[in-house]
Ligand binder design. Structure first.
Ligand code: KG4
Ligand code: ZN
Length: 356
């Protein structure tokens, strides 16, 4: 029997509701993006919460209108439990709890990152689904991880950022260049016209230095799968100061070249770590996920870097990379298959929810 899940995602600044069949076929996926934050160059939590309250019911109605289903055809409700902004999460969780209570539907709580990973199960044209074991790079404004999965819903974090997330670095560099928010798509547009070799930026590597063993020989340690983006951010800040010293403000060409050099470097750190993970863990499949996976250059760089390995690479459609509720429904479907439901009366959002 087909299973229709209605999912709600409000962890940051996108209000989204989706209706998805069997965790893969999108009947509707509505996202109301809050434009109010662009003036501030970042998400203002208080504003985000208020905007979610305004948008949630119209977005819910639109999801039903587009999907052309009724409440009778909904089998379960799913919601992002965390992590995220508490005021934003409360709106989604409370809406989901209320709907589950009124319509007497089972409720499924989903971790936001888990949703990003499962965006790879949302069907495109191919009937193919990712096979295990797999390695997933998940990069967004809040997290940057390499995750190993031996089977569904089984996560082992094998690499993580030690400071900033990749998406945050994109957003901050965009701000330094007076580009809009969110920064990722803006940098990407500028980079298209720039020269990635114009400036050299640090490709951070957290692998420790070789150590001497008992016999006195130098031994290379295991290559690190962790990330660091704060140094790259500072390097761009210093580069801008240096370039600006010659002329008052940056020219468009300079902004394009800085964007291209930054984009290449930020993406190289991710594609290199992914290649290291593939070498070490020998997965059958590699997944990209999270808002940064919408970056066309990252998609290309990863495919190139993994060219020598025998792995299937899955990348969600661009619109499924950034926050959306369809991905939450895709993850929730796997929970439903093992009867992992939660109590609608007691569910509370957790802004610091851990994946494992
Ligand atoms: O997953 P997401 O929508 O929200 C979070 O969970 O954070 O990711 C948003 C992040 C932002 O930092 C945004 O700048 C980045 O993803 N992003 C991109 C692109 N589109 C969105 N970064 C690089 N290139 C893009 N095309
Ligand atoms: Zn996200």
């Amino acid at each position: 029997m087909l299973m229709n899940i209605l999912a709600i995602e409000t962890s940051c600044d996108d209000t989204s509701v989706a209706i998805v069949t069997d965790g893969s076929i999108i009947l509707s996926s509505i996202v109301a993006t809050q434009l109010e934050h662009s003036a501030y160059g970042g998400v203002v939590p208080e504003v985000a919460a208020r905007e979610h309250i305004k948008h949630i019911i119209p977005v819910l109605e639109e999801a039903f209108r587009v999907a052309e289903v009724t409440w009778d055809e909904i089998d379960a409700i799913a919601v992002t439990e965390g992590p995220g902004l508490i005021g934003s999460l409360i709106v989604g969780v409370n809406t989901a709890k209320t709907l589950a209570y009124i319509y007497n539907k089972p409720l499924i709580a989903v971790h936001h990152t888990e949703g990003h990973i499962y965006a790879n199960w949302l069907k495109k044209n191919l009937p193919e689904v990712p096979t295990f074991p797999l390695v997933c790079l998940t990069a967004s404004g809040g997290h940057t991880n390499v995750i190993y999965m031996a089977k569904h819903l089984n996560y082992k974090i094998i690499g993580e950022t030690q400071d900033d997330a990749a998406g945050e670095a994109y957003d901050k560099v965009a701000k330094m260049l007076d580009l809009g928010y969110p920064g990722g798509p803006e940098i990407s547009k500028m980079a298209l016209l720039g020269n990635k070799e114009a400036y050299r930026l640090p490709i951070t590597d957290l692998t420790s230095a070789p150590k001497r063993n008992e016999e006195g020989f130098l031994v290379n340690p295991k290559e690190s799968l962790d990330f660091s983006y704060s140094g790259l951010k500072t390097a761009v800040l210093n580069l801008i100061k240096r370039v600006k010293a010659d002329n008052e403000s940056l020219t468009i060409k300079q902004k394009e070249d800085i964007s291209a050099s930054f984009e290449f470097t930020a993406n190289k750190i991710m594609s290199r770590n992914l290649a290291r993970a593939v070498k070490e863990y020998k997965p059958k499949t590699v997944l990209l996920s999270g808002g940064v996976a919408a970056n066309t250059n990252l998609r290309k760089q990863v495919i190139e870097e993994l060219g020598d390995y025998k792995v299937n690479i899955f990348i969600p459609d661009i619109k499924c990379c950034t926050d959306n509720a369809a991905m939450i429904a895709a993850a929730a479907y796997q929970h439903s298959l093992i009867d992992d439901y939660c109590d609608a009366k007691s569910l509370v959002p957790d802004p610091n929810l851990k994946l494992i």
